[in-house]
Design a protein around this ligand. Structure first.
Ligand code: DGY
Length: 321
């Protein structure tokens, strides 16, 4: 039975979460194709808003929603689409979906690492075009990961899981982090280093950093020039971490060896130069795209909304740092 609280899903929430909310609240959604104007038209009177990485939650949206808005539940672990300060000003709680997508995202980072290192994208492209002319001992020569030094930029949950999976290749693990991560140091023999050192010494650099003003274009032309000419860059974090033009240039000129990317600066746009760059494995922001992760994310969204609208503390609040 409805108690007339209104939950607005800006785009789409999978049934694992949606069903829990529909039992108790009036729920409306914008659908996957909802435009900004449509979302703005949907939010007035919302008690809860379910957003996702493609939905900017800013002052304009909060004002349009109105003072009753109690919670913005982001259907993602990252929350760079949300103006936390504005939410704080409006007294709106923000929540996210940590942990449940750690394995899925780390596994995609491993996939992209392998795919970029072995240049499967160019090889598959040629094969699909019918241009494969037979086994060639000198063609599509990749980079072997066994014994490779793996650089993990950002040792949060996903970075740690990636390090753990990549440790199977038997090479050294270097990492950057604000604090020493004793777990990975003891378990994997990982070593904390400065970012510059990580760039210079690693055969693979995988980015697991949040999108912040301080991390914007942390991989720029200068950083790329520091990397080995055989190095593989992997980004499953956020597009803003990498200067796409500089990366395209580095791939074209051979400044670095290869790249595996799941995220882009202005999604869903992908710069043409990156689409055409050699030795580049690309996926469309599918880090968390497994049944288990996406269902659990939807369920967490619902549990956070339920908690706030029923007057208790949500399980996954995001704090304004
Ligand atoms: C996240 O959760 O932040 C991902 O980018 C979407 O799954």
């Amino acid at each position: 039975m409805s108690n007339n609280k209104r939950v607005v899903v800006a785009r789409l929430l999978l049934p694992a979460g949606r069903d829990l909310l529909e039992e108790k609240f009036d729920l409306v959604d914008g659908g996957l194709a909802a435009t900004r104007d449509e979302v703005l038209a949907l939010v007035p009177g919302a008690d809860a808003l379910v957003a996702d990485p493609s939905v900017p939650v800013d002052e304009q949206l909060l004002e349009a929603a109105g003072d009753q808005l109690a919670v913005v539940a982001n259907y993602a672990v990252g929350f760079d689409n949300i103006d936390l300060a504005a939410c704080h000003e409006h007294g709106v709680i923000v929540t996210n979906t940590p942990e449940v997508l750690t394995n899925a995202t780390a596994e995609l980072a491993v996939t992209l690492t392998l795919s970029a290192a072995r240049n499967t994208s160019d090889a598959e492209r040629r094969l699909r075009r019918g241009e494969w002319t037979g086994w060639d001992p000198a063609d599509f020569i990749g980079f072997e990961l066994s014994g490779a030094t793996i650089g993990v930029a950002g040792m949060g949950r996903i970075g740690q899981r990636y390090a753990e999976l990549m440790s199977g290749f038997g090479g050294e693990i270097l990492y950057t982090s604000r604090e020493v991560k004793e777990g990975v140091e003891v378990k994997l023999g990982a070593r904390k280093v400065e970012f510059e050192k990580l760039l210079e010494a690693s055969d693979v650099v995988s980015l697991h950093l949040p999108s912040l003003p301080a991390t914007r274009h942390i991989i720029d032309a200068v950083a790329l020039a520091r990397m080995k000419s055989s190095a593989v860059l992997v980004n499953t974090g956020r597009g803003s971490l990498v200067d796409s033009e500089a990366l395209a240039e580095a791939l074209e000129s051979g400044t670095i060896g290869a790249a595996g990317l799941d995220v882009y600066e202005n999604e869903p746009e992908v710069p043409r130069r990156l689409l055409e760059a050699p030795r580049t494995a690309l996926t469309p922001h599918i880090g968390s795209a497994t049944d288990r992760a996406r269902d659990e994310m939807a369920r967490l969204v619902a549990l956070n909304v339920l908690a706030v609208l029923e007057g208790s503390a949500p399980p996954n609040p995001v704090s304004l740092e």
